[in-house]
Design a protein. Structure first.
Length: 95
């Protein structure tokens, strides 16, 4: 549930960030327990396909894919991709 007037995008991204931090901490513990442990990640999301071959539709589909894939980027590379900062700034302004 969201509070009235609360920025839903900001709350969702903040919650996702906390999940990513928790995942990183668990991964560190797994490697401390046994350096040979392998820890993976999973994304519950699908691909986005453009409505048409128009450049604006192709770009919109790419941007939606990126919104999902940056969660994997964080887990696989240990940092948010460069474009994530722009996404966060844009979402911060949306109520």
């Amino acid at each position: 549930m969201f509070e009235p007037g609360e920025n839903k995008d900001q709350v969702k991204y903040q919650a996702a960030h906390h999940e990513l931090v928790a995942s990183a901490l668990v991964t560190r513990i797994a490697h401390e327990v046994n350096p040979m442990n392998q820890v993976g990640c999973m994304l519950a999301g699908g691909n986005f396909y453009p409505w048409s071959s128009k450049p604006e539709d192709v770009w919109a589909a790419l941007e939606k894919d990126r919104e999902n894939l940056f969660f994997i980027d964080v887990q696989a590379r240990g940092a948010y991709p460069a474009y994530a900062a722009r996404v966060f700034r844009e979402k911060r302004g949306n109520a």
